[in-house]
Design a protein around this ligand. Structure first.
Ligand code: B12
Length: 255
């Protein structure tokens, strides 16, 4: 079984290019490392590419404030596509076929990019299973659930649910209802598996697999860099923050 894990490009006025290490995907590949599958990580975001695109219509009301100015301290005025271009992404999937493709969606801000990536994949490899996971997958995200190209989604911490998803597919005993935190379609209606796990009951001893990454793409101030995850969860409960939903309100330390 051929599995790809990928991080989509993003489109915005600005981007912090030095912290895009796909840590979540390295944890997912670590979670299935000892299964008899071939895994690859394709990071379409961390390639040092960007090009200017027109400001999307949903900014029409605020566009008048984003006027061009030459001063050092200026508001945004250019809108960019950061990462690999959609043409190259399409070419990539024309030549590289997979059985399962996992897409990371961490940001509500970049939901459209996740949806477009799924669309491009299905156009060139319609039989490939697409599963989306990440902090942006919540039942309230109507945009994601409108996508005809996404087959499955998982909410919350992904290691255990993704491993069970892959191993049950491998062993031909795949039952949607048995996969924790899974969203699946039934007669084109989205359903949620009855097994909902609470991260606070999950020991945080997962081990990431960084061997699939091209480390030259992850430099900070020119030096090789890596991201480490030392704890998960937060008790603060800030209104704007997704952490509690995904990693729980208790802090779990890595051993
Ligand atoms: C690093 C980081 C960034 C990096 C980019 C990271 C990247 N890879 O693209 C940078 C600095 C660029 C960034 C920017 C922003 N960020 Co930020 N960022 C983070 C941060 C601190 C760490 C992400 C991470 O590595 N987590 C640890 C790994 C282990 O977890 P994970 O990636 O979520 O993966 C797990 C699950 O989500 C799931 N999973 C993930 N992907 C997949 C895929 C599949 C197939 C499956 C099954 C499961 C799965 O399983 C994984 C393992 O358990 C998180 C907070 C956090 N602690 O997570 C905020 C966070 C993701 N950022 C957030 C936001 C809002 C932003 C901004 C949009 C803020 C803004 N408005 O400007 C900006 C973007 C601005 C810009 N243009 O730069 C929010 C997103 C909330 C939301 N629901 O939309 C977060 C959650 C912070 C928060 N407090 O809420 N960010």
């Amino acid at each position: 079984m051929n599995i790809l894990l990928c991080q989509p490009p993003i489109e915005d006025f600005y981007f912090t290019k030095e912290r895009t290490f796909p840590l979540g995907l390295t944890y997912l590949s670590g979670a299935i490392r000892n299964l008899p599958v071939k895994v690859k990580i394709e990071d379409f975001l961390s390639v040092k590419k960007r090009h200017t695109i027109s400001i999307p219509n949903n900014f029409d009301k605020v566009k008048k404030y984003y006027t061009y100015d030459r001063s050092e301290i200026k508001v945004f005025n250019q809108f960019y596509h950061f990462g690999e271009s959609w043409e190259n992404v399409k070419k990539y999937f024309e030549f590289n076929k997979f059985d399962i493709i996992g897409i990371s969606s961490l940001f509500y801000t970049y939901t459209e990019e996740t949806i477009l990536l799924a669309k491009i994949i299905k156009e060139v490899q319609p039989n490939t299973i697409i599963i989306v996971g990440g902090q942006n997958v919540t039942f309230s995200n109507r945009l994601l659930f409108k996508s005809p190209d996404i087959d499955f989604m998982t909410s919350g911490e992904g290691e255990n649910s993704f491993r069970k998803f892959v191993s049950d597919k491998l062993n031909h005993n795949f039952e949607k209802e048995q996969i924790p935190n899974l969203f699946y379609k039934n007669n084109n209606k989205w359903k949620r598996s009855k097994i909902q796990t609470n991260p606070i009951n999950t020991k945080f001893d997962f081990v990431p697999d960084n061997s699939l990454l091209d480390l030259k793409n992850y430099k900070i101030q020119g030096k090789n860099s890596i991201m480490l995850n030392t704890t998960r969860g937060c008790p603060q409960g800030c209104k704007f923050c997704s952490i509690e939903n995904v990693f729980g309100k208790n802090i779990r330390n890595k051993p």
